[in-house]
Write a protein that binds this ligand. Structure first.
Ligand SMILES: *Cc1c(COP(=O)(O)O)cnc(C)c1O
Length: 355
């Protein structure tokens, strides 16, 4: 990689660090002192800068507000056991960001701006990376169409921003999910594999209906008759059936989760069989009846794993067995945490250590 000149940093004169109670973090509540900003116009990315976190100013005609060209990423930085800071799987997040941007017809960010910008930003806010086990600095790179023009068009101007904020480790209680067969999150040929804002906007209403029925999330389905499982809420869906870790295969309607990939890799390292293949609702029903399913969970950066206690299929509630610390998803999560903290060897080179 070419070395970019150091990115100019304008330091805040009013750090908010003292306002944070690191022992009682809440997801999404605090933002770190600085953010990276870089603008695209006239066909090129101009000089990135690190500035104090502040509100944006944008025209009411900014194209993103009307036609939905917005893409984001979600990743984490950790304090390792020796005190160094590690941005987990930065390159894979960069690659996915680029894929999402291309699908949304947006200008990809050059890798050196993303990588150098992110590393310098986290270095500037290094005191914001929590040290409490399980907690992390959540990093949110995103981009929106900033061109001020209200006719329908592909934007010629974009703003790329990265900000971050400390978040707690989420010890999620097992949730109840409902197999959703009326609404869909994504369709073949659509934008399901892209991390674009609209995918979330479109998912809220069906999720709210499921909540009114007493469920925490929906299990999205796809295929011609909605007969195959796609994702669990905004996480990848994983199952343990016959002691095999099973998850739907990547497609244009499933997001290529970094956690999904990490857990599949670790399961194989630990000697488990993994299968990336379609999981039908009929298979799940049979697996419940024959008691061959031992776990179901969502996989994603925020919680790593979100265990599922109950799945409603066609109006019937099926219970998963109780989980304990030996359950595969908990062992995978523990293993992942050991690698991130530097206590287990990082054989897949996932840690990007910034000192
Ligand atoms: C972000 C996201 C995931 C999880 O991806 P990670 O890289 O593991 O955080 C899964 N599904 C959807 C729809 C997502 O937006």
């Amino acid at each position: 990689m070419e070395m970019t000149a150091a990115i100019p940093v304008r330091k805040t004169t009013f750090s908010k660090l003292h306002e944070v109670d690191f022992n009682h973090l809440e997801f999404g509540k605090y933002v770190s002192d600085h953010m990276l900003i870089c603008d695209f116009a006239k066909g090129e990315w101009r000089s990135p800068q690190i500035v104090p976190f502040a509100n944006l100013s944008l025209s009411p005609t900014a194209l993103a507000l009307h036609y939905g060209q917005t893409v984001f990423e979600g990743m984490k930085a950790f304090t390792m056991h020796d005190g160094r800071i590690n941005i987990f799987r930065m390159e894979k997040h960069y690659e996915r960001f680029t894929k999402s941007l291309l699908r949304m017809c947006m200008a990809p960010v050059p890798k050196d701006i993303f990588v150098e910008g992110l590393m310098q930003l986290i270095a500037a806010d290094k005191n914001w990376v929590p040290k409490q086990p399980g907690s992390a600095l959540y990093i949110r790179p995103f981009m929106y169409a900033s061109e001020a023009r209200f006719g329908v068009k592909v934007s010629d101007e974009y703003r790329f921003i990265i900000f971050s904020g400390p978040v707690p480790g989420l010890f999620a209680n097992p949730i109840k999910v409902k197999v959703e067969r009326d609404y869909i999150r994504a369709a073949r040929g659509g934008t399901g594999f892209a991390k674009c804002g609209g995918n979330y906007g479109g998912a809220f209403y069906p999720t709210q209906l499921a909540k009114q029925e007493g469920y925490d999330q929906v299990l999205w389905t796809g295929g011609d008759n909605h007969e195959y499982i796609e994702e669990s809420g905004m996480m990848n869906a994983m199952f343990v059936i016959n002691d095999t870790l099973v998850t739907p295969p990547l497609s244009d309607s499933i997001l290529d989760g970094v956690t999904r990939d990490s857990l599949l890799t670790l399961a194989r390292d630990m000697g488990y069989t993994t299968e990336e293949r379609p999981v039908s609702i009929a298979e799940l029903e049979t697996a419940f009846k024959q008691k061959t399913i031992s776990a179901a969970f969502g996989a994603g950066t925020a919680a790593v794993v979100a265990p599922i206690a109950m799945i409603n299929i066609n109006g019937i509630d099926y219970r998963l067995p109780d989980y304990d610390s030996y359950s595969l998803h908990n062992r995978l999560k523990d293993r992942l945490e050991l690698i991130r903290s530097g206590l287990a060897p990082d054989v897949h080179e996932w840690n990007c250590i910034i000192g």
